[in-house]
Write a protein that binds this ligand. Sequence first.
Ligand code: FES
Length: 379
Amino acid sequence: MQLPQRHDGETPARPLWLLAELTYACPLQCPYCSNPTEMSQIGREITTEDWFKVLRQAREMGAAQLGLSGGEPLVRQDLEQIVAEGRRLGFYSNLITSGIGMDEERVMRLREAGLDHIQISFQASNAEMNNFLGGTDSFEKKKDMARAIKAHGYPMVLNIVLHRKNIDDIEEIIAMAEALDADYVELANTQYYGWAFHNREMLLPTREQLAHAERVTHAYRERGGPMKLYFIVPDYYDDRPKACMSGWGDIFLTIAPDGIALPCHAARQLPGLDFPDVREHDIDWIWSESPAFNHFRGFDWMQEPCRSCSEKTKDFGGCRCQAYMLTGDMYAADPVCAKSPEHGLVTGAVERANATPADAPAAQPILFRNPKNSKRLHR
Ligand code: FES
């Protein structure tokens, strides 16, 4: 089967990055989770054999990086089998986990199965905020698991999602990572998808909060601290959109827990696109031929101002899911872009965030990510 072209119009597009969202089940309830809010409506999970088929077929097409995420991937009792199959096929595998569901023995089993890399997330630098945001008493357990991961020879990669409620603790977050002997720290500001979009008003930081966190991060780097810090800004504070997923159907392939293949983790919400099921189609057809994966390839789908924009070959009009969530039109320019006629939807949200002091009581309660709230939202 002939491969489609990448956005440069020259090199063939291959699904180099395979994200296996093994389950939407999770013991935590983070209100910034990017999983779909309709997760309670999504069908049953595919089997171990289905995952083996996905891995084999994606690898045949050139996939090299395998992300294992969720939900909480440790919930899947066949995780070690999936890791071992990934290793056998030659993937570089990365487990993206909260650490809950892990114990020392499981770290050893994953190591034996051939897992290459583990990224563990924390909600905050202290038990009170961490446990509040995660909805469970998980802070000490996470620290134990972070130490166990390091003790078994993995580089320590910590991920902390930043937002209005925890970003002021940036010094403490960095100190916690240092005390855990982390090698890499992702200080990733919330991006507003899924549950985070629903809770945006409660999570979007102020300009001052963001500037403070960037200053502290920069000062740590200047001091030459041993950890490598990555600071990821929320794109609401940008005036040009991100080249989401490096372009639709360009290098990323996500498989959702029910076997639906998606060009990005949030695409399921886009209307009228019939996303294919890995139990009914092979990955090469899904990637190369399926109408859904071809829908936003190239530039012909664009409207103005993207169509005639000199930057369209860099950002591809931004994120299709964000355009849809904010404007209701998935063909629109991503409103993060200052050239978008709907840019005010983003600047308005930012101005509202800045009009209220960060420590003021929230206008409405945070909606935690759990099956009950998912059902409530979609009733
Ligand atoms: Fe779907 Fe950006 S998250 S295109």
